[in-house]
Design a protein around this ligand. Sequence first.
Ligand SMILES: [Zn+2]
Length: 252
Amino acid sequence: MKSYIPYLVVLLLISVAAAALVSMEVTEIVEEPGVSLALPDTLGSWSGESLLFCQSDTCMYSFSAPQSKESPVCPRCGSEVRSSWSVAEVRLLPSDTVLLKKAYSNQRGQTLYASVVVSGRERVSIHRPQMCLAGQGYTITRQGTQVLDVPGREPLIITVLDLQPPLRHHALGQKRFFAYWFVGAERETASHWARTWYTALDRLLLNRAHRWSYISVMGNAQTDGPVLNDATSDFIALLCSTITHSDPGSDN
Ligand SMILES: [Zn+2]
């Protein structure tokens, strides 16, 4: 029964919001996202390369490259490559979605994959991370939150998932972690349900439609389970202070 509660809350909110919206003035669409629309080439001691995706249904090869060329082709099959967008994303996401992806490596040979999804006008570009990961074949073995110190602002709270890779990738044998949070106009949360709540609440009370951004970092599993190691924590804190604009703790 407990697992239905979030759905019931959302249903209730939608009903209330729908009823209220009927008698409401025009909602202010917040066009300005709370993040930069580019990922930096370097973050501290980490250097980033763009992630490119082959658009062939049978290949779907992905690789990193220092800079996206004019019209890059897949090194495996020679077909078109659309920077940052996988085949599934091209199929599912509105074309005005902003998708940023980079692979960052450090001197110690650790690689982290950073991704930012900024929703477009239809506000349907961001889905529940757990659903998307399951759709890609990952099994979530553990879920928790972690609080990270970020200089110059209040601590950042992120959700951290432990992932078992899809069966077809088991030969590679590598478990992964997946960390994420969401940024809206003067809102920040590590919870999909809280994001849904703020979306409804701010529409209702402030006449404001968020242009949410979904920031995630993925990498090989850390030795301490859901607790990220210092290098990874520092990377995420640096990413946060570099690409997010406002301090959600400083709102009036
Ligand atoms: Zn290909």
